[in-house]
Design a protein around this ligand. Structure first.
Ligand code: FES
Length: 138
């Protein structure tokens, strides 16, 4: 059995064990699951509870529904909207987009906590919306 070292207490190791598929025995291939999802139940629950919302493009007037489990970036690209991006993982800042109205659910690693608190820009490659409609400067 793989030991988890570091700052996680024994209780979290038990939680990790519970996350293994039933019938699993050592030597079998396991699905790749990010450790952060296994060890962080709040993050796992947040991903499970994603809601759909709408993005309104302020300049063009278009309204585009963002389905649960889909990124704003991919949905906009699929809809033919020309947006810049690079890493698509919330780390580079290339997809930063100004928010005209709405409350973002910041999930990137690019903005500082202070910048996230201002709620005036969003990384559309990974962040979502806390409000039913997010109006973007696009
Ligand atoms: S594309 Fe890199 S942060 Fe969005």
């Amino acid at each position: 059995m793989t030991a988890i070292r570091g700052r996680y207490p024994i209780a979290d190791r038990n939680r990790c064990t519970l996350a293994m598929p039933s019938g699993w025995t050592s030597g079998q291939n396991l699905p790749i699951i990010p450790v952060s999802l296994i060890l962080n139940p709040r993050k796992r629950k947040r991903l499970e509870m994603e809601d759909a919302f709408e993005v309104r493009l302020h300049r063009s007037g278009r309204t585009i529904p963002i389905p649960a489990g889909e990124t704003i970036l991919k949905t906009l690209l699929d809809a033919g909207v020309d947006v810049d991006f690079s890493c698509a993982m919330g780390g580079c800042g290339t997809c930063e987009t100004r928010i005209v109205q709405g409350i973002p659910d910041h999930r990137d690693n690019y903005l500082s906590d202070e910048e996230k608190a201002q709620n005036d820009v969003i990384m559309i490659c990974c962040s979502r919306s806390k409000s039913p409609v997010l109006v973007l400067d696009l």
